[in-house]
Design a protein around this ligand. Structure first.
Ligand code: SF4
Ligand code: SF4
Length: 81
């Protein structure tokens, strides 16, 4: 399941460089996650880095992008060929 950044984001930018997949970028009002690049950090780390570093707990799992661990790992491998 890809993560999404909620409206709680204060645009501090701390998460952007932590993402192993370059899935995070600055949007028009808050930072945003590209679900095609988010693997929940599966393949790179044991836990979602963006959620870990965020001071306001803005990144949350996005039920609209539900994927199995196997699918997330396959996505990670495809991104890092
Ligand atoms: S959960 Fe991991 S892969 Fe997904 S946006 Fe956050 S840091 Fe990037
Ligand atoms: S770390 Fe949190 S508050 Fe900062 S840009 Fe990322 S989601 Fe927004």
């Amino acid at each position: 399941m890809a993560y999404k950044i909620t409206e709680d984001c204060i645009s501090c930018g701390a998460c952007e460089s932590e993402c192993p997949n370059q899935a995070i970028s600055e949007g028009s009002s808050i930072f945003v996650i590209n679900p095609d690049r988010c693997t929940e950090c599966v393949g790179a780390s044991g836990s979602p880095k963006c959620a870990e570093v965020c001071p306001v707990d803005a990144p949350k799992p996005d039920p609209a992008h539900s994927e199995t661990k196997e699918a997330l790992l396959a996505k990670y491998k495809k991104l890092h060929l």
